[in-house]
Design a protein around this ligand. Sequence first.
Ligand code: S3P
Length: 162
Amino acid sequence: MIVLVGFMGAGKTTVGTLLAEKLGLDFADSDLVLEQRAGRPIRQIFAEDGEPAFRVLEHEVIADLLDGPDLVLALGGGAAEHAGTRRRLAAAQVVYLHVGYEQAMRRVGGGGDPASRPLLARPDLAATYRRRLPLYAEVATLTIPTDDRPPEAVTQDILEYL
Ligand code: S3P
């Protein structure tokens, strides 16, 4: 099981897909699995049930995926804030894709409203980013810088480490 963590825009889905191809493993994205299970897009879950309910669902989805067959698994950017999820990650190979805040905002379009990222509308997003950095580092077994680097180079770094 190889798990990718990091802030929105770190490249978890792009790098995870490339990595899974190279390793001959399946790829899963916890956001997509959660949306399928809930039958609603993330934005709608946030709007109707609130973020705390989303976080509970997110933890359950990730715990189930970690219990399943080997995967390359990309987690939503907020997953590492859940103490129970962090505990579960202690048994996994966890790759932290580090991205600077400015670059993350450029990559995700700097505050648009895509269906899967309601947090982009929040005024305290920079504080959220800062709060999460030590949590990503805490769960990581490997940290890879991604600023100004193409996903292929990031993937290559991970493969060399593995
Ligand atoms: C979130 C990040 C999103 C998604 C949800 C919440 C966050 O995932 O889980 O919008 O709290 O940072 P990505 O990091 O894959 O965009």
